[in-house]
Each structure stands twice: as structure tokens, then as C-alpha cells.
Design a protein around this ligand. Structure first.
Ligand code: GDP
Length: 298
């Protein structure tokens, strides 16, 4: 995803090689290159401005002595600033003191929520948790069945509404799912909710209704990193309409330019917690800002 950005950034450091000292002109020229590289990668403009401003300021104040030459010094600063905009520390899931921990997924249709639900469940199972999936996406035809299939692949229980059992609306399904998890001693409940192709009020109201009914420990906003700048707009709309604690970036294996991944934490003030990078259930992990920064600067 970050190939072009990586190439452009390493290109922008080239002119600094062999320099004994950073001049103001060197810093300006490099900052301009970095700015262009980020803009071309679709990073949101306010993020680019802050980023370049911080790099320039720090480069000006950088110590010339020491083990690092000017090029290495600038790379170190860019690395640290990348980690900062990506959210700094890895943010881990918070588990409830009294199980079950309730995790609600929200996001647009096609973002990868249903897939993510199963990936997260498998990942939790590997940590000796006993997750249960709840199919509260009653909007998209096949969503319930898809969650059941994915749940089976992950080897986890799926709670789904059955015709005639009295749980017909998503809020009731979510509530009944949490109750069922408590009764059957599952310690984590992951609730898959409906998305639409675009933002609409009914979607937000439904997600907010589920949130109010089950009082989740974590609401995760799931977003397709391939949709570029739109990811940031969608993230903001969900933040206003539903609210969430963290972001999951999906489809990081794609060939989009990566700007969404670089903008979203800074623009929303919410950490990216997980990254999904493929269609296999194991293509999933905690999001590590430092590793992502290293990958970009590799
Ligand atoms: P939902 O509508 O939000 O529940 O989205 P789905 O889970 O149905 O995912 C939509 C499509 O994206 C499916 O074809 C998934 O296989 C695919 N998908 C989900 N996550 C990833 C990912 O990380 N990488 C890739 N390449 N495809 C993904």
C-alpha cells in the first residue's frame, strides 16, 4: 500500500546524503519534497501541514553532532513524526471487569465488518478468550449467513435471529445476543451491525440504538483503507453519529495510496487499533504505529 510513498520519501532524503550540516535551504527543500510525497499519497491536508511543520521545526533544532549524519537525522525525525500521527502507542482492547466484554462493530457496507468479526474472534480465541459473534446486520441479504459461515471457519459460536423466535429487529438481536453470551459463559461478544453503501441517518440511528441497548465496552469503526480521502469523511460522520473508541483499517493489502491510514487517527483523535490485510481470517493483527512507520521508511 505504501510503495509509492516509501519511494518518494526515500527520494526526498537523497539530496541530504553527504552533507555535513543541514542548511535552512536543505530543510526547506526536503520539507517541500515530503509535503508533495504525502499529498500524492492522499494524506489529508491538515495532517500534511502539521506533519511538515513539525519536521521542519525539529530539523532546524537538530543537534549536528552525534552519531547521525543530517540525512539520518531527518529520517529519524520523520519516523518519529509518522509514529505520532499514526497514534503513538499501540492501543490494546480493554476487557470488561465483569465479562462479557461487548465489542460493537460499525461501518459502511463493504468495509469488511463481517469478515473482521470472524478475524477478531479467531484472534481472541488464540488468547484463550471465548468469543461469540452476534449477527445484528439484518439489512444486507446474506449478512447473517455470511457471518455464520465465517464463524464456522473461525470455530466460534454465532448468535443469529431465527424466524419466529421473537427477535426480529437489530436492537433486540444485539440485546438477546449479549444475554445469551452471559448465560453460556462466553467472555467476549462481537456484534456485527448493518452498514449502507453511504452515510444516512437511518443507519446512524440504528447503530446508535444498538449502542444504547448493549452499552459496549468498545465500539470499533471499521473502514476500508482503499477508499482514500473518503475514509476520513466517513470516519468523521460515524464519530458524530455513533461515536467509537477505535478504528479498524481493512484492505491494507490493497494498492491504494495509503493516505487514509495516515490521516485517520490524527483527524478523528481515535486510535487505529487493528489492521486487516487480506481475505484470510489470519490476515489480521493489532495495529502497531511504529512498525507501520518503519514499513513506510524501509
Ligand atoms: P461488510 O459489508 O462490512 O460486512 O463487509 P464484508 O466483510 O462482507 O467484506 C466485503 C468484501 O471485502 C468481502 O469480499 C471480503 O472478502 C473483502 N475483505 C474484507 N477484509 C479484507 C481485507 O483486509 N483485504 C481484502 N483484500 N479484502 C477484504
Amino acid at each position: 500500500m505504501f510503495n509509492t510513498l516509501s519511494d518518494r520519501l526515500s527520494e526526498s532524503f537523497k539530496s541530504l546524503r553527504g552533507k555535513g550540516k543541514l542548511s535552512e535551504a536543505d530543510i526547506d527543500a526536503t520539507a517541500r519534497e515530503i509535503r508533495l510525497a504525502l499529498l500524492e499519497a492522499d494524506v489529508a491536508l491538515p495532517v500534511v501541514k502539521d506533519f511538515v511543520g513539525a519536521v521542519k521545526e525539529r530539523a532546524r533544532g537538530a543537534e549536528v553532532s552525534g552519531a547521525l549524519n543530517p540525512a539520518q537525522q531527518v529520517i529519524k525525525i520523520v519516523n518519529e513524526e509518522l509514529i505520532t500521527i499514526l497514534g503513538g502507542e499501540t492501543r490494546r482492547l480493554r476487557f470488561a471487569k465483569n465479562p462479557p466484554t461487548v465489542i460493537m462493530l460499525a461501518g459502511l457496507q463493504g468495509a469488511g465488518k463481517t469478515t473482521l468479526a470472524a478475524k477478531l474472534a479467531l484472534w481472541l480465541k488464540a488468547q484463550d478468550k471465548s468469543p461469540m459473534l452476534v449477527a445484528a446486520d439484518l439489512q444486507r441479504p446474506n449478512a447473517v449467513q455470511q457471518l455464520q459461515v465465517n464463524g464456522e471457519r473461525a470455530g466460534v459460536t454465532v448468535f443469529a435471529p431465527e424466524p419466529g423466535n421473537g427477535v426480529g429487529d437489530p436492537v433486540s438481536v444485539a440485546r438477546a445476543g449479549v444475554e445469551e453470551a452471559r448465560r453460556t459463559l462466553h467472555d467476549v461478544v462481537i456484534i456485527d451491525t448493518a452498514g449502507r453503501l453511504g452515510i444516512d441517518e437511518e443507519l446512524m440511528a440504528q447503530a446508535a440504538g444498538i449502542r444504547d441497548a448493549v452499552n459496549p465496552d468498545e465500539v470499533l469503526f471499521v473502514v476500508d483503507a482503499m477508499i482514500g480521502q473518503d475514509a476520513v469523511n466517513t470516519a468523521q460522520a460515524f464519530l458524530d453519529g455513533v461515536g467509537y473508541d477505535g478504528v479498524v483499517l481493512t484492505k491494507l493489502d490493497g494498492d491504494a495510496r495509503g493516505g487514509a491510514a495516515l490521516s485517520i487517527a490524527k483527524m478523528t483523535g481515535k486510535p487505529v487499533m487493528f489492521a486487516s490485510n487480506g481475505e484470510k481470517l489470519t490476515d489480521f493483527d493489532l495495529f502497531h504505529p511504529d512498525r507501520m512507520a518503519s514499513r513506510i521508511l524501509d
